[in-house]
Design a protein around this ligand. Structure first.
Ligand code: ADP
Ligand code: MG
Length: 324
């Protein structure tokens, strides 16, 4: 049983960044307005995600860490729309199977909170504890019981960079939520939660770069809407890591859409340079399939060419309007 849990965990929790993604998505599902993330040693030693959301009632804490336990009830048709990020009920079970995982939570109208510690899949007792409204999940010594996984992790700086990128994407997708990330005690990302994309851009790229970015005019092609902001060609980067593609508020991996964006920059960028920015596509839920796998950020479109064309057109028009 412990082995089954450990193997299943690998499906959902590949590395520290996937833990951060799952925990932050839970916080967003819980309607948090402020989400603070703290990591130590690339997330290997510690990952803490604190939110001010709806919390977990004490009697539901043990359930929350069980496999296939989800409070987010979905009828089959709902899966196509996916209003909330989580629906499998696997993340907390998986994370707590491969770490020392502490959950402290308080539902806002309760006078105090509750704490549950799960050590490598073995839950302790739920204890009352004084706590602010919301939830704090602390993950220590990730993969200490799965040497193969632990060996597969990259250097702390690389894991930390991946976590920062994950959080940047989430912050850009949800400008109305306040995000903060500290890495070994240093704040590396902070947004204000004002709801203005520029706020999130400043948090992710810094004020100087963010204020020079070109806002995409909202571009519609049928039911496809493209929004976002892209960098001036001269603030390009030597890799693709500062470009985020979002589909229905989810960060996705799409070679096709990245290629469409780069195509729009085609004659403006030097060889080996890549554009920065965030391109957010919205389209009806039945025209797209995101998150087909818990860790791979794949996306499938009913009409990929139409989406790519819309993205290309939105970026090209913006560049034409701003770049002499
Ligand atoms: P899922 O998100 O797919 O439902 P998880 O394993 O990620 O599964 O979480 C299990 C359950 O624990 C959730 O359905 C939710 O009820 C509860 N939960 C987890 N994190 C939070 C949080 N930050 N705030 C409120 N409830 C939470
Ligand atoms: Mg979840």
């Amino acid at each position: 049983e412990a082995t089954v849990r450990r193997i299943a965990a690998g499906e959902v929790v590949e590395r520290p960044a996937s833990v951060v993604k799952e925990l932050v998505e839970n916080a967003l599902d819980a309607e948090a307005r402020t989400i603070r993330v703290e990591i130590v040693a690339g997330g290997r030693e510690l990952i803490r995600v604190q939110d001010d959301g709806t919390g977990i009632p004490p009697d539901e804490l043990p359930l929350a860490v069980e496999r296939h336990a989800t409070s987010k009830l979905h009828r089959f048709e709902d899966l196509a729309r996916l209003a909330s990020y989580g629906f499998r009920g696997e993340a907390l079970a998986a994370i707590s199977a491969v770490s020392e995982c502490e959950i402290v939570s308080r539902v806002p109208d309760a006078p105090y909170g509750a704490r549950l510690l799960v050590r490598y899949g073995r839950p302790g007792r739920v204890e009352p504890i004084g706590a602010a409204p919301g939830t704090v999940v602390t993950v220590r010594d990730l993969f200490a019981n799965v040497p193969a996984r632990r060996r597969f992790l990259r250097q702390d700086a690389t894991e930390a960079a991946l976590i920062q990128r994950t959080l940047a994407a989430l912050a850009l997708a949800r400008p109305e939520v306040r995000f903060e990330l500290t890495n070994d005690g240093r704040t590396v990302l902070a947004t204000g939660g004002s709801g203005d994309l520029l706020d999130a851009l400043i948090g992710v790229y810094g004020a100087e770069t963010a204020t020079q970015m070109l806002r995409l005019e909202e571009y519609c092609a049928g039911e496809i809407v493209v929004q976002g902001a892209v960098g001036l060609p001269r603030v390009s980067r030597p890799n693709r890591q500062a470009l985020f593609v979002l589909v229905n508020q989810r960060w996705v991996e799409s070679r096709t859409l990245v290629a469409a964006i780069e195509q729009a920059y085609h004659t403006l960028l030097m060889v080996g340079r890549y554009p920065i920015g965030v391109v957010a596509v919205s389209l009806p839920g039945d025209r797209v399939d995101v998150n087909v796998h818990p860790t791979k950020r794949e996306v499938r479109f009913a009409d990929e060419r139409a989406v790519a064309a819309a993205v290309y057109e939105a970026v090209r028009r913006t560049l034409l309007a701003h770049v002499p």
